[in-house]
Design a protein around this ligand. Sequence first.
Ligand code: FES
Length: 142
Amino acid sequence: MAEQLPYSEKVMQHFKNPKNVGEITDASGIGTVGNPVCGDVLKLYIKVENDVIVDARFKTFGCGAAIATSSMVTEMVKGKTVGEALKISNRAVAEALGGLPPIKMHCSVLAEDALRSALKDYYLKQGKEPPFKDKPHAHDEH
Ligand code: FES
């Protein structure tokens, strides 16, 4: 009997063949975050030109859902302005993947936190105050 995995096909695609794995040596912003729920770690790099994110890459010591959400979030931010990227929530990333099992929603929080941390780093490197606080909205973990 074939084992029924609780993941969508898109999650499995991004898990098996993640996009944008690696680092950007001349990154405009780097975000490193640990997941308080499981202890997994994600490092996310962004390259910004004229306020547009032209490249994004990641490295993670995380589970399959962390790999899939990191892959998806790096795909989602490319071509977006910094302001647009700020609005991407963990739920939007999970939805773009066709959903995550409730027990795995915390993994998508890692992707959102790493993105915000990279954007904050970008602002600080520009000598600007980030236009948000560290935890501007409650994550949707369910
Ligand atoms: Fe740690 Fe998914 S279990 S990020």
